[in-house]
Design a protein around this ligand. Structure first.
Ligand SMILES: [Fe+2]
Ligand SMILES: [Fe+2]
Length: 293
């Protein structure tokens, strides 16, 4: 498979934290996402912390139980601003003895972001994870709109240039402040990670606020590879209407796609439809799950 980004030889994704811990688990669940992605090459390895959960303690507890060391982390990727993905940032960086760890995100990640249902509340990054605090904890914010190659066969989507029609606005009503006015927030900071393996693409998303179909189509367009080995992450369909869930499942069903791993904010209705459509090719995410390619 020829492509200009190179290939990851093999990889393992470990769910460090997720909303569900599974049956008979000694791990801690938390509303949020944190994955450890270990990409292996003939020579060397790249370890990426994908999102940081809502707080550091459960992530660090689970890492210990799973035999993972914060010192392994080469870089951190933040899928979007929401505190259930960014809350543990400074705490996890602080648990690593390394310094200058790049923390990749979108430049709009520090904007205000509010939800209005059921009550008005802030969803954005906690001030405890400011760029200054990140620096003090041994990290370095790297904020860019553009796609960024991180290692051979690993790249970020950057801000999505195109979203398919039914995904133009996020399912969840979110607001931000622009020039003193509360306006709808398009979640432009929602970015994902693409891994290129010989068996196809592995696409890792946070909440897919930009729309999971749009994210997959972007990854295919960017790499020129149209076979997807797996899409892994939250699809944020928990508050979507039936039409949007149906359309999402239908669009996934016609893709050249082997496996779907989702949970978090996808919601039971969407998960049930995905299970119906994909059978054993659908897996529910849970804390402690490891997926290898
Ligand atoms: Fe989330
Ligand atoms: Fe989110």
């Amino acid at each position: 498979m020829e492509n200009r980004y190179g290939l990851v030889e093999s990889m393992q994704l470990t769910v460090l934290v997720e909303d569900y811990a599974g049956y008979d688990s000694n791990l801690l669940a938390q509303h949020g996402i944190s994955f450890l992605l270990e990409a292996k090459y003939e020579k060397g390895k790249k370890t990426i912390l994908f999102d940081t959960g809502q707080s550091a303690q459960p992530v660090l507890h689970n890492m210990k139980m799973l035999g993972k060391d914060p010192d392994q982390i080469d870089l951190v990727f933040l899928s979007h601003c929401h505190s259930d993905h960014t809350g543990g940032l400074v705490g996890i960086l602080g648990a690593s003895s390394r310094s200058g760890i790049p923390v990749i995100g979108h430049p709009a990640i520090y904007r205000s972001n509010f939800g209005i249902k059921p009550d008005f509340q802030s969803f954005g990054i906690d001030p405890a994870n400011s760029p200054e605090a990140v620096k003090q904890a041994g990290g370095e914010m790297v904020l860019t709109v553009d796609p960024l190659p991180l290692a051979p066969g690993i790249l970020t989507t950057g801000e999505l240039k195109e979203r398919v029609g039914f995904e133009k606005s996020p399912t969840l009503t979110m607001l931000t402040i622009k020039e003193g006015r509360m306006v709808r927030d398009s979640m432009a900071d929602d970015i994902s990670l693409i891994f290129i393996l010989k068996q196809g693409l592995v696409i890792v998303t946070g909440c897919s606020h930009a729309g999971v179909i749009s994210i997959i189509e972007t990854a295919i367009r960017m790499t020129g590879i149209n076979h997807v080995a797996a899409v892994i992450g939250g699809f944020h369909l928990i508050d979507a209407d039936e039409g949007r869930i149906k359309k999402t499942v239908e669009d996934l069903a016609v893709m050249s796609l082997d496996k779907i791993y989702t949970g978090h904010c996808s919601g039971l209705r969407a998960e049930a439809k995905l299970l119906d459509q994909f059978g054993s090719r659908f897996r529910k995410l849970r804390t402690g799950l490891t997926i290898t390619f």
